[in-house]
Design a protein around this ligand. Structure first.
Ligand SMILES: Nc1nc2c(ncn2[C@@H]2O[C@H](COP(=O)(O)OP(=O)(O)O)[C@@H](O)[C@H]2O)c(=O)[nH]1
Ligand SMILES: Nc1ncnc2c1ncn2[C@@H]1O[C@H](COP(=O)(O)OP(=O)(O)O)[C@@H](O)[C@H]1O
Length: 402
């Protein structure tokens, strides 16, 4: 991780210094030729922070494609440039789980999307304390038992796991609900959304288009749960190549396998004969790729369902008795409503004062950003927070450290 430097105060001509804005104002952060202006959108109609870019050499404004969920507007914010590739936003008067955000402007994830789209791209990622649990990617041929295993996991640990609801152009099965099992969609609509950079990955599978939207993954992260993705091998490879750090598990049929898969698919009774045939034809190359591509860190054989489920739990560290009480380690950061921000290397200092029993309580929160992890399209974890309180009687300065 490189050195952090503070946002340029463009407005006042000061070369360095953090801009703390009052309501409706903007921060302006210069990186090379570009000035990133973050604040209310020009039309004032949206409830989220907007981004526009001023190119100094061409003297032109560019409105970038913005990936990810945007932070809601707030009573002002500070901007701190970090590692020359992202801008940390510290919001005033926000909830603990909504006060730190990162606008990625030149990270690997953003560069990938810039390459695909050929346009200016930025991406939002919410900042959290601690480490975000790694999402779990599960792949395997049709009928192998992915859906069954995922349902068992979600049933036993409802508060821990959240399912990433994919988009697909295939028709819903009898019991499937739109928005729960899949977002069932038109091909033309999904293709446009893919072009607009709304998907983390997508692939043509068994003659239909499937994909994971960034919003689907973020919805799970927002609920504080660990994300499970049921996607094919091509999709898993794309996720592996992205910045999303995940656990990749390939579920294999028992050997000899094809008969078992056919049996299971027939017994499931959700596909026509032709559809079953297509799935079985695709199964062999899929198993081959799953086992050999190096994408998957773990391979589980689903012969006996309960045994396979136990192995899956073991792999996810859920076989201990404390598993049911497991909580995600993600936490928000409780910042005072009004504060000022300064920076000392890897440490961002947030200062505030509150009157208390005739004295003034001075609060200093130190955010250590030296161990940031993850990033868009997932959370930015690894924020370390230390709070120091002191009291002043107004004459002697700080006199009581706690
Ligand atoms: N790449 C990708 N594959 C997906 C996604 N959602 C589902 N799939 C895969 O598409 C394939 C077909 O899924 P589905 O139609 O539900 O049939 P099933 O596998 O027979 O239950 C499976 O391999 C899924 O893992 C997605 O968002 N992206
Ligand atoms: N180990 C197993 N032994 C026998 N049947 C199984 C096993 N695992 C899953 N099944 C059954 O096989 C069918 C296909 O499983 P499913 O979870 O829908 O597969 P996938 O999601 O991988 O397509 C379902 O009817 C399920 O109940």
């Amino acid at each position: 991780m490189g050195e952090a430097c503070v946002a340029d105060n463009w407005q006042n001509g000061s070369p360095k210094g953090i801009v703390l804005n009052s309501k409706d104002e903007e921060t302006r952060t210069t990186i090379g030729d570009k000035v990133y202006v973050i604040g209310r959108t020009d039309d004032g109609s949206t409830s989220s922070l907007g981004v526009k870019i001023y190119e100094k050499s061409t003297r032109k404004w560019v409105i970038p494609t913005v990936l990810g969920t945007r932070p809601a507007t707030c009573k002002g914010h500070s901007a701190v440039l970090w590692n020359e590739d992202r801008i940390m936003i510290i919001k005033k008067g926000s909830n603990p789980d909504d006060c730190i955000w990162f606008l990625e402007v030149d990270t690997k994830y953003v560069k990938e999307h810039k390459g695909n789209l050929g346009i200016e791209v930025v991406a939002w990622s919410k900042g959290v304390r601690g480490d975000a649990e790694k999402p779990v990617v599960i792949s395997g041929p049709s009928g192998v038992g992915k859906g069954t295993l995922i349902s068992m996991l979600m049933e036993q640990f409802p508060s821990m796991f959240g399912f990433s609801v994919s988009h697909t152009t295939r028709a819903p099965r009898g019991m499937e609900k739109d928005g729960v099992h899949y977002h069932f969609t038109e091909r033309s609509v999904m293709e446009k959304e893919i072009r607009d950079g709304k998907f983390l990955e997508f692939a043509e599978v068994h003659g239909n288009l499937y994909g994971t939207s960034i919003e689907a993954v973020e919805a799970v992260a927002d609920s504080g749960k660990r994300c499970i993705l049921d996607i094919d091998v091509q999709g898993a490879r794309q996720v592996r190549a992205s910045s999303l750090e995940a656990i990749f598990i390939f579920i294999c049929p028992p050997t000899p396998s094809m008969e078992k898969l056919e049996e299971r698919l027939r017994a499931r009774g959700t596909e026509t004969k032709e559809q079953i045939l297509k799935r079985l034809q695709n199964a062999e190359p899929e198993i081959e790729q799953g086992k050999s591509s190096g994408t998957f860190g773990h391979i589980l054989y689903n012969d006996n369902l309960n045994e396979c489920y136990e192995n899956l739990k073991k792999l996810l560290g859920l076989d201990g008795s404390a598993a049911g009480n497991h909580k995600t380690t993600l936490e928000g950061i409780d910042l005072p409503l009004n504060h000022s921000v300064s920076q000392d290397g890897n440490k961002i200092q947030i200062n505030s004062e509150t009157p208390e029993l005739g004295k003034t309580s001075k609060n200093l929160i130190v955010l250590d950003v030296s161990k940031l992890k993850g990033g868009a399209p997932w959370r930015t974890g690894g924020l370390n927070v230390n709070a120091i309180n002191s009291f002043s009687d107004g004459l002697n300065g700080i006199n009581n450290l706690s």
